[in-house]
Design a protein around this ligand. Structure first.
Ligand code: ASP
Length: 583
């Protein structure tokens, strides 16, 4: 037996017990006549004591030679500590060691295995197994596991069946590039790794599975912006004989359950907002509604007043920053600089202060009377003490820029509180999205999403106006889930492919299996997928997913610990009948 207890378990009530512990040496304190060792495992830290008066010379020697991260086993008696440590759950006791066994020695770790480590990100990634010993990482992985358990518990109770779908498949268009795998047995041919199990879960519905879920790895070869991973995990779900309403209700309960189970927080409201409304009010299809600062459109109030910077623009729009009327010129200039950075790309900001005494003062006083500015205040919801910030330009671009500023200020003013949860559904997404690069329409969600029946007539004339039965679940400014009601008949699916620029031959070659299946009795169905990594991070009160993944990749898609991707041997290439020629 290696241990009778864990290192996080013993308390004063255990005084007098003979115990056995195993773990890692966190640190030692050697006073010559006494040696203390902090022994760590997954569950906590327990202090060991070696005392010259109560132990052999040989053991004292052995104890003083212990190095950091040695793996040891000890036996001894639980005794009451003379100087207790109230900050540690085990801080009232220590183990008077009678036996010590070194199970494995360790090299000095390249960084300290402490909550506040001296190791930089790169080093910690290279030695991720050491990083995982640290509480901040370890606790996140434990948290992730807890969320996964709750996911399974809830869905199983609701009658969902977990089905695994294959990883070596054919392209599923979720809007990213595929990772591909060469096939040895089928010369010159490649599998694609799933960007999601989308087509399979639909086929499971045709197969009568009715309620499906899977916690599943998905793969997308995208440029890795700050917080993306080339392989990530989804909670993938699909239901048959459902309408949009059924799905929204089911997954509202699901989300409510998770937040309650892992955070103890009751979320009651799941407001719904159309895509158009979200864009107008927040400039964003995933608004953080933990705080206000809704957009106020000022076209009718700000144009044609002689300020021609505004006159020529498609949209003039502002927000009220609570309590910021007291900002100095310098502080406002800083915000102006912030929006002018290339990442945001705005041309500038017009400001108006709604002073505490009720007077108004702006950077454009030459053109606007106090009366005018009062109207701006009303439109943006500004109260005395607030600062109104206004942007103008192309509607979509300006909304996006103002949204970035709103989030920036939300952070700066501490309005995005980690322990508050504000979910909402964004519904009625456009079916199609114009792509400037390829000069054609793409499916905004994916090509299997059903258009709203009443909008189908617009497909030929105004395709950009067609709305989809698609929805996103947004939590604290992040899209945590998205899905749609699917097309379930061959005719509509073929029409959709046609509008997306597929020839009938191309559609058949890529998705013939799905359209065939639709001919054999496909039930109406729909579903949703949650980004599991992000969901866990948000529930954990953080916005970066990396620490919640045991072995993440870096921004260039590399696993620096195992050093992948890597070249493969000539023999392997030969077997695959492939030659690498780098261009
Ligand atoms: N497959 C979709 C996605 O990965 C989700 C869905 O429509 O259920 O975004």
């Amino acid at each position: 037996m290696y241990r009778s207890h864990t290192c996080g378990e013993l308390r004063l009530e255990d005084k007098g017990k003979q115990v056995k512990l195993s773990g890692w040496v966190q640190k030692t304190r050697d006073k010559g006549f006494m040696v203390w060792v902090d022994l760590r495992d997954r569950y906590g830290i327990t202090q060991l004591i070696f005392d010259e008066e109560r132990t052999s010379k040989e053991m004292m020697e052995k104890a003083s030679q212990l190095g950091r991260e040695f793996v040891i086993q000890v036996s001894g008696e639980v005794i009451e500590r003379e100087s207790k440590n109230p900050n540690m759950p085990t801080g009232d006791v220590e183990i008077l060691v009678s036996e010590l066994k070194v199970l494995n020695s360790a090299q000095l770790p390249p960084f300290t295995i402490e909550d506040e480590t001296d190791g930089g990100e790169d080093l910690r990634m290279k030695y991720r197994y050491l990083d995982i010993r640290r509480n901040p990482v370890k606790n996140k992985l434990i948290f992730r596991s807890k969320v996964a358990m709750e996911v399974r518990k809830f869905l199983a109770e609701k009658g969902f069946i977990e089905v695994e779908t294959p990883v070596l498949i054919k392209s599923t268009p979720e809007g990213a590039r595929d990772f591909v795998v060469p096939s040895r047995m089928n010369e010159g041919q490649f599998y694609a790794l799933p960007q999601s199990p989308q087509t399979f879960k639909q086929l499971l519905m045709v197969g009568g599975m009715d309620k499906y879920f899977q916690i599943v790895k998905c793969f997308r070869d995208e440029d890795l912006r700050a917080d993306r991973q080339p392989e990530f995990t989804q909670i993938d779900c699909e239901m048959a004989f459902v309408e949009q309403e059924d799905i929204l209700n089911t997954f509202e309960d699901f989300t409510r359950h998770l937040i309650k189970a892992v955070k103890g927080v009751d979320v009651t409201e799941f407001p719904r907002m159309t895509y158009d409304e979200a864009m107008k009010k927040y400039g964003n299809d995933k608004p953080d509604i933990r705080f206000g600062m809704e957009f106020g459109e000022l076209n009718d109030l700000a144009k044609n007043k002689g300020f021609n910077v505004f006159d020529q623009q498609e949209l003039v729009v502002g927000i009220a920053v609570p309590g910021a009327a007291s900002y100095t010129r310098k502080e406002i200039d800083k915000l102006i600089e912030w929006v002018k950075r290339p990442q945001i790309g705005a041309t500038g900001l017009v400001w108006a202060k709604y002073n505490d005494d009720g007077t108004l003062k702006s950077s454009v006083d030459k053109f606007y009377s106090e009366e005018d500015l009062k109207a701006w205040a009303e439109r943006t919801g500004a109260k005395a003490g607030d600062l109104i910030l206004v942007m103008a330009g192309d509607a979509h671009k300006t909304r996006t820029q103002l949204s970035a500023l709103r989030m920036h200020l939300g952070n700066a003013l501490g309005l995005r509180k980690a322990d508050e949860f504000a979910p909402l559904w964004v519904v009625d997404f456009p079916l199609l999205e114009w792509d400037e690069e390829t000069n054609r329409y793409h499916a905004m969600h994916h090509p299997f999403t059903s258009p709203k029946p009443e909008d189908i007539k617009l497909l030929d004339t105004e395709p950009g106006k067609v709305r989809a039965n698609a929805y996103d679940l947004v939590l604290n400014g992040n899209e945590i889930g998205g899905g749609s009601i699917r097309i379930h008949d061959k005719k509509t699916q073929a029409m959709m492919f046609d509008h997306l620029g597929f020839t009938p031959e191309e559609a058949k070659a890529q998705f013939g299996f799905l359209m065939d299946a639709f001919q054999y009795g496909a039930p109406p169905h729909g579903g949703i997928a949650f980004g599991f990594d992000r969901l866990v991070a948000i529930l954990g009160g953080q916005e970066t997913i990396r620490d919640y993944i045991a072995f993440p990749k870096n921004n260039s898609g590399r696993d620096v610990m195992i050093d992948a991707p890597a070249n493969i041997s000539e023999d392997q290439l030969k077997e695959l009948n492939l030659r690498v020629t780098l261009q």
